[in-house]
Design a protein around this ligand. Structure first.
Ligand code: PLP
Length: 414
């Protein structure tokens, strides 16, 4: 049974982003609620990659690093160009963002850089249960003798950040498991009042919710290219450094691409001007080309419209689920303005429930220990998809079909 089917059709008919679905390639018969983990394939990506591989690499060869007249090369500019296109999505200036490396590596560089800007302070403050790589990167710097990791529950952060030994507050803006969204403005202000800096991980925010890094006077940010930016598996990430910190920024991965004159081949390192000093090695051109298509696609739709639709989709899903009378505990904030573009539900057998849904063509994901996570990527989901997904979920729960042994087997990637 599809709950609220008539209303879903009416919402789709009135949806200003309805046509955006055609900008993506999705398989028939799949309702994709995992764009928060791996964004869908933009329809323009295969052709762009074919052009980069066959023409720029195959024919132009090494000449493609420079932009030839009448050609689309210019690989050397990709990190800055793609970063500048991400900037408006996160409330930053174009010269404050660069696309490079993975989120993990960008975290490492920026945590270290922030510590260097706060001599005499060693504590990096975060919350327990945050995304593992963020916590591990702090721990890695701790093992190097450069940092001290301190984790306090979210409710205690505003107080804990006032301690005089805190150099940096590092938080995931939207929590990967619950979808809970921090108050960026308030926490950034609290940190600054105490003399600390702030690094926001926007992996579950960028492309999903409206962001105002400069409006909040944020210092640093990182984010993911393969989730809501649709850059493809393992896409490069991005990093943001506020203009006021750029000239003094010292980061530890002093590779030649972050040098002021990479092709002067000098023995001594001199950092590039601005955010480009975050570059380390040769940029991954194929990954950046695919990411550029994803960013162009998302940016063309407008962040405000995307965020509005995302909230409407998840609210509608909750209403559909309520109409089925399925009982499932939602662990995401009830207020759609207090969460990202996802809903998380606690169930003791969430893994099996998720597998049973996937067998029906509804792709969500499972997060330890007991969370079924459903993402509502606004660019390519329809309200009728959401209603159908709620119907499938209710059927799986009502019938107990998730108890089939095949749904309990764990794969390497969950
Ligand atoms: C997805 C995600 C990452 C990913 O880091 P990678 O280096 O790309 O593996 C990092 N942080 C958060 C909060 C994430 O959600």
């Amino acid at each position: 049974m599809i709950p609220l089917g008539d209303e879903a059709r009416a919402l789709d008919a009135a949806d200003p982003l309805a046509a955006a679905r055609a900008l993506f390639t999705l398989p028939e018969g799949v309702i994709y609620l995992d764009g928060n983990s791996l964004g869908a394939l933009p329809a323009a990506t295969p052709e762009r990659l074919r052009q980069v591989v066959e023409r720029q690499w195959g024919e132009q060869l090494i000449r493609s690093w420079n932009a030839a007249p009448g050609d689309t090369g210019g690989w050397i500019d990709l990190p800055r160009r793609v970063g500048a296109k991400i900037a408006p999505l996160i409330g930053a200036h174009p010269d404050e963002v660069i696309a490079c490396d993975s989120t993990s590596v960008n975290l490492f560089k920026l945590i270290a850089a922030a510590l260097a800007l706060r001599p005499g302070r060693r504590v990096v403050l975060s919350e327990p249960g945050s995304f593992p790589t963020d916590l591990y990167m702090i721990a890695g710097l701790e093992a190097q003798g450069l940092a001290e990791r301190r984790l306090v529950p979210p409710g205690a952060l505003a107080d804990a950040v006032a301690a005089p030994d805190v150099a940096l507050l590092l938080l995931s803006h939207v929590h990967y498991r619950t979808g809970a969204m921090h108050d960026m403005a308030a926490l950034t202000r609290a940190a600054h009042n105490a003399g600390a800096l702030v690094l926001w991980d926007l992996s579950h925010s960028c492309g999903a919710v409206e962001l105002a890094l400069n409006g909040c006077e944020a210092d640093f940010a990182v984010g993911c290219g393969y989730k809501y930016l649709n850059g493809g598996p393992g896409a490069p990430a991005f990093a943001f450094v506020a203009r006021r910190h750029q000239d003094r920024l010292v980061q530890p991965l002093t590779g030649w691409f972050g040098h002021a004159r990479p092709f002067a081949f000098e023995d001594d390192y001199a950092p590039a001007e601005g955010v480009a000093r975050l570059l380390a090695g040769t940029p991954p051109v194929l990954g950046l080309a695919a990411l550029e298509v994803g960013v162009d696609t998302i940016a063309s739709l407008g962040m405000a419209a995307l965020a509005t639709k995302s909230r409407a989709l998840s609210q509608f899903f909750l209403r559909c689920l309520a109409a089925t009378e399925a009982s499932l505990r939602c662990v995401s904030p009830a207020n759609p303005h207090a969460r990202g573009s996802q809903l998380s539900f606690a169930h003791p057998d969430a893994y099996a429930v998720c597998q049973a849904l996937i067998a029906r063509g509804v792709i969500g994901d499972f997060r330890e220990p007991d969370v079924l996570r459903l993402g509502f990527a606004p660019a390519y989901l329809a309200f009728s998809d959401v209603a159908a997904a709620a119907g499938h979920l209710a059927d799986v729960l009502r019938s107990g079909s998730w108890r089939e042994p095949r749904f309990a087997r764990r794969a390497a990637v969950t």
